[in-house]
Design a protein around this ligand. Structure first.
Ligand code: ATP
Length: 384
């Protein structure tokens, strides 16, 4: 068993008014690929370094399997770490870099060679074993760093932004390779990144951190579809979820001239907080752009400020009047855009596309969606 458990693990640095990592409770299953993700300074590297034994744990505990490793030195934890800068020895060949840790641990040379060759075959490095790092490409160096971790056959891999030195195309290739390799080896892996696309595509689950505090743990699908709060909603997903703080009515929330109907439970929960507002989250791909000739369906009026055309999809950066404010709204369109800068459009929102958060705490209201159909309507619509 090589599960990993953070049990209220806390790290405080002098001079900081809050812990760098505060009471982190996280259990990573045997063989699982867990991604720690969050913006710069959220405490993800510190969490990984605590697990590695490179950072002290001020309170709480860390376990690998059933073993309490909280105060063990790194070499006794049976882990292998892949760093951002690879930390390869420049004067050593690929084979020597990969086998170095085994050699100093006293493993016989033929055994070391065998393990290195096996790892090189997996990593497509067999033809590069005699080269030194300076004559390898960035991607090959990254694979040597991975190989050095693999040959040790550790109980846990720890990876700290291992792709950040690669160019965009290689990052995409390599992230798939790492994910495939991890599943093939079945080694428990903790992977740190600030890149939410890596987090969404690589891990079995992700743990989102902010200011040293765990915000949510779940599968990529869970976290994307049911973000626990406005921070997670805004952080996971690209471009970010549109977040609107809107006045509540008896039936829903007012998004400009649109009344977005909300489930009774959500309205009750918001009311119980004494709130007069609610925060709605709408992802850019969840708006329905209304046909120009459709003047019947109520819609939010927007003006296009800029168009980002990626070829496959387009992002319209727009603004619209929401309450008294002119608010930026990002709308994703499938295919090529027909609208240019300055164009006017109207969008509708389906109720099931809306995420509801407390305007007081930012926490998600856990919706029990009503089964009766609801539709977008204008406030003066009295047909319901
Ligand atoms: P990044 O993506 O920028 O590396 P991170 O999420 O990995 O960020 P950490 O490096 O874990 O964040 O840092 C968390 C907080 O702890 C930050 O506010 C950082 O400034 C602080 N910190 C980290 N190491 C130390 C240290 N040795 N001494 C003092 N403060 C530190």
């Amino acid at each position: 068993m090589a599960s990993v458990t953070f049990d209220k693990a806390t790290r405080r640095f002098t001079g900081m008014d809050r812990p760098a990592v505060g009471e982190l409770d996280l259990r990573i299953a045997d063989g699982e690929f867990m991604v720690l993700v969050g913006p710069s300074g959220c405490g993800k590297s510190t969490s990984l370094r605590m697990l590695a034994g490179l950072e002290e744990v001020d309170s709480g505990a860390i376990r690998i399997g059933d073993r309490d490793v909280t105060h063990l030195p790194p070499k006794d934890r049976d882990i292998a770490m892949v760093f951002q800068n690879y930390a390869l020895y420049p004067h050593m060949t690929t084979a020597d870099n990969m086998g170095f840790a085994l050699k100093i641990a006293g493993m016989p040379k033929p055994r070391v060679r065998q393990r290195v060759e096996e790892a090189a075959a997996i990593l497509d490095l067999a033809d590069y074993l005699d080269r030194k790092p300076k004559s390898l490409s960035g991607g090959q160096r990254q694979r040597v760093a991975m190989g050095r971790a693999i040959v040790r056959e550790p109980r846990v891999f720890l990876m700290d932004e291992p792709l950040s030195n690669l160019d965009a195309k290689l990052r995409v290739q390599t992230r798939t390779q790492i994910a495939v390799l991890q599943r093939r080896l079945g080694t428990t892996t903790v992977y740190v990144t600030h890149d939410q696309v890596e987090a969404m595509t690589m891990g079995d689950r992700l743990a989102v951190l902010k200011d040293g505090v765990l915000q949510q743990v779940g599968t990529p699908k869970d976290v994307f579809e049911r973000p626990a709060n406005t921070f997670v909603g805004g952080f996971i997903g690209s471009p970010a979820m549109n977040l609107f703080r809107l006045p509540l009515t008896a039936d829903g929330a007012l998004l400009g001239a649109l009344l977005v109907p909300l489930p009774r439970d959500t309205l009750r929960a918001a009311g119980a907080e004494g709130a007069t507002e609610i925060t709605l989250g709408i992802r850019p791909e969840r708006f329905d752009v209304l046909a120009p000739e459709d003047l019947e369906t109520p819609g939010l009026e927007l003006v296009v400020d800029a168009v980002e055309d990626t070829g496959a999809v387009a992002y319209l950066h727009t603004s619209g009047k929401v309450g008294q404010e002119i608010t930026p709204v990002v709308v994703r369109l499938p295919g090529r855009p027909t609208q240019g800068k300055g164009a006017h459009l109207r969008v509708a929102v389906r109720p099931e596309a809306v995420h509801c958060f407390s305007a007081v705490t930012g926490e998600r209201f856990d919706e029990v969606r009503e089964t009766t159909s609801v539709r977008v309507r204008l406030p003066q619509d009295t047909t319901r």
